[in-house]
Write a protein that binds this ligand. Structure first.
Ligand code: 5AD
Ligand code: SF4
Length: 440
């Protein structure tokens, strides 16, 4: 075991989904309260921490190579692997040279005591710790952790355990404090936020709609976003809440995964295409401004051309403005692993491309509705682009509907814009972004 240095520095890298950003922010809290400082350069850090993702094999391979490289470039660091790969014995075997500690999130607070001790302040429950929000205007708050759904392809229930809901007062109080400090975008995160069942101090149960309505009422100018939702848990009350809450983003990410009833059954999704479409009909009727997005897996074991055509049909019918088409990847422990990964890689790629082309065509056409309109964005960064030897400066951010928006600004005039609202007059729209000019 490497010797522990006295004053520590660390470098943290997050892989995978937004849930991992929640974890990373809490990890940073536990490290900084032990006097450790974050570094931007891993080669000099005493600790290198990878918050890992195991959702697909490609992600896993990227993390394995990253850790091996980290070890080569910083032989003195203590390297810690946490997140969704940290329970896996095969990963432990592959990385025994590169990684010093494999620390699952649920044991982070106890294990960290042995690695970076702190006198008299052990906090046994990870999600009781306030995250050190990296940004001064955007914060990720955990709402649920883990998952009980056991979709047949998904590793999450094995990697993150059963679903737990964070106490409602905790979420609401943290949101209040953040908004008071000027935060403008609150992300409520969980594998399946719609199955949120919080219990308050009085023993009263809260569902996700109540949580949204309560946060929506906090005074101040801010937006609430949430991810992810399972169609089986969307209630009428929730749809009405979405439409009624002014600060809740007009974007609903509702993964369908497949448009084929046969495949949905094999995936253990608990709904049919018809039920999903009925739900979408209700959502559009109650909340006409909603922008819908989804995830679809292509090449699930046994997926035929006909099954795939069913997925394509649903995409056109719903008119998603954003879609993540993912190639099926067999995952350890999952029940789908028993089925043969029968769809050849080139077919998966072709289906993925077709889905991409389809949603982009829809989004391209639908995004034209913004042309000539002035929309509000929360600026999250500034980018300098070189076009034809000329440097141009842009601000980038997202709209209320979660559209990526960029606007050109005069060089050097960007100082105060990041983390603030900006009004943009849209003059151009592609499938992926809206472009415009900052309203003076
Ligand atoms: N293969 C491909 N995609 C997967 N996802 C989850 N597990 C797998 C897998 N084994 C996708 C789902 C989910 C998104 C986060 O990742 O579409 O919604
Ligand atoms: Fe990846 Fe799933 Fe873990 Fe998120 S919860 S990091 S998507 S495996």
């Amino acid at each position: 075991m490497r010797k522990k240095p006295k004053s520590f520095t660390f470098y943290i890298q997050v892989f995978g989904c937004q849930m991992n950003y929640v974890d990373a922010e809490i990890i940073v809290s536990t490290l900084t309260e032990r006097g450790s400082k974050p570094l931007e350069d891993w080669s000099k850090a005493d600790f290198i921490i990878a918050v890992s993702c195991g959702v697909r094999a490609a992600a896993e391979e990227r993390i394995v190579s990253w850790l091996k490289k980290a070890r080569q470039q910083n032989k003195n660091a203590t390297i810690i692997l946490t997140g969704c790969l940290s329970h896996r014995l095969d990963i432990e075997e592959r990385l025994k040279e590169a990684v010093d500690y494999f620390v699952p999130i649920e044991s982070w607070t106890t294990r960290i005591e042995g690695i970076l001790p702190q006198q008299g302040c052990a906090n046994p429950d990870f999600y009781q710790i306030h995250g050190a929000h990296e940004s001064s205007f955007q914060a990720y708050l955990p709402v649920t952790t883990g998952c009980n759904n056991f979709c047949s392809y998904c590793v999450v229930p094995y990697a993150r355990g059963r679903e737990k809901s964070v106490a409602p007062e905790r979420i609401v109080n943290e949101a209040k404090q953040l908004i008071k400090k000027g935060y403008k975008e609150i992300y409520l995160l969980g594998q399946n936020v719609n199955s949120y069942r919080g219990i308050d101090r009085k023993g009263q149960g809260w569902n996700f709609s109540r949580l949204l309505r309560t946060i929506d009422k906090i005074p101040g100018r801010f937006w609430i976003r949430f991810i992810s939702s399972h169609p089986k848990d969307i209630s009428n009350e929730f749809i009405e809440t979405l439409a009624a809450c002014d600060k809740v983003s007009a974007n609903l990410h509702l993964p369908i995964q497949s448009g084929s009833n046969r495949i949905l059954k094999l995936m253990n999704r608990h709904y049919t295409r018809q039920e999903y479409l009925k739900l979408i009909g209700k959502i559009k009727k109650t909340f006409p401004k909603v922008v819908l997005s989804t995830d679809i897996i292509v090449g699930f074991p046994g997926e035929t051309e006909r099954d795939f055509q069913d997925s394509l049909k649903v995409v056109k019918k719903v008119g998603y403005e954003m879609l993540f088409a993912l190639k099926y990847s067999p995952r350890p422990q999952t029940t789908a692993l028993r089925l043969k990964d029968s769809v050849p890689a080139p077919v998966k790629i072709a289906r993925q491309r077709e889905l991409d082309a389809t949603w982009k065509k829809i989004a391209q056409a639908k995004n034209q509705r913004f042309i000539g309109k002035t929309i509000t964005i929360l600026v999250d960064r500034v980018k300098i682009k070189n076009t034809g030897g000329q440097a141009k400066t842009y601000i980038l951010g997202k709209s209320f509907e979660n559209k990526d928006v960029q606007a050109e600004i005069k060089p050097g005039s960007n100082k105060d814009l990041v983390g603030h609202w900006a009004e943009i007059i849209i003059h151009d729209a592609s499938a992926l972004a809206l472009r415009g000019l900052v309203q003076p």
